[in-house]
Write a protein that binds this ligand. Structure first.
Ligand code: ADP
Ligand code: MG
Length: 240
């Protein structure tokens, strides 16, 4: 589904050339929930920007769904993908329904069809009663649900998630992770999950790449026996 070969990226700051990604090689299969974990500044977001065509690498090649990602092919390839961010990146002057329907508006889908689809995906994320609310009235977890609804409305093959739960509390984190897991299981969507939080990555991902100082130190196959959200009650029961 995704193959990276020898990706390198430099940033030039204060006349200094800094190597941010150093010979990244990765293979991500269909239906993987692939984890990219590493400390802040290790290059995770830069690697995602390169994978989503927002930034070009200095060297190396990227193949997504058997197609080489180049400046000319990237628009067609990126159409098959969606992104979810830490700070949701929703439009605050639009309603929930309008935010969710936006990708279809950009694809010139008729108003009737896009509103119907938007309602459908809002139901999927459990926000069917929030269509006409404005974004500012929602909690963090609800905002991320809206972002997830907007991400799945185009039925993407791949969803890239950059720190999707880093702005959320523990309980909401597990609700959002459960929703991503459900999308992976029901639609067979490949998910690339980027996080600095090892427990998030370990609970979700079947394969994990550890990034440090722009290098992949290790790729681990992770057997998840049971995905189990931590309940507050349970945490209290275990407290001394
Ligand atoms: P992460 O997402 O793992 O926290 P980033 O990919 O955001 O890491 O950043 C990796 C490194 O590259 C950091 O040292 C950061 O300061 C630097 N960096 C990121 N974006 C830029 C940029 N546009 N220009 C210069 N340096 C950058
Ligand atoms: Mg980052």
């Amino acid at each position: 589904m995704i193959e990276l070969n020898g990706i390198t990226k430099y940033f030039i700051t204060n006349k200094e050339k800094v190597l941010v990604l150093d010979d990244i090689n990765l293979m991500i299969e269909k239906k993987d929930i692939f984890g990219l974990v590493g400390p802040t500044g290790s290059g995770k977001s830069t690697l995602l920007r390169i994978l989503t065509g927002f930034m070009s690498p200095d060297s190396g090649s990227i193949v997504i769904q058997d197609k080489q990602l180049t400046p000319t092919t990237k628009y067609a390839i990126v159409r098959e993908t969606s992104m979810i961010f830490q700070h949701f990146n929703l439009l605050s002057n639009l309603t929930v329904l309008e935010n969710v329907a936006l990708p279809l508006k950009l694809r010139k889908v008729s108003k009737l069809e896009r509103l119907q689809k938007a309602k459908e995906v809002l139901g999927f994320v459990g926000l069917e009663n929030f269509s006409n609310e404005f974004i500012r009235t929602l909690s963090g977890g609800q905002k991320q649900r809206v972002a997830i609804a907007r991400a799945i409305i185009t039925q993407p093959q791949i969803i890239f998630c950059d720190e999707p739960t880093s702005a959320l509390d523990e309980k909401t984190t597990f609700e959002i992770l459960s929703l991503l897991k459900k999308i992976n299981e029901e639609f067979h969507t490949t998910i690339i999950l980027v996080s600095h939080d090892i427990s998030v990555i370990k609970s979700m991902c079947n394969k994990i790449a550890i990034l440090e100082n722009g290098r992949i130190e290790n790729i681990i196959t992770n057997k998840i026996s049971e995905f189990k959200p931590i309940s507050y009650l349970e945490a209290f029961n275990h407290a001394e």
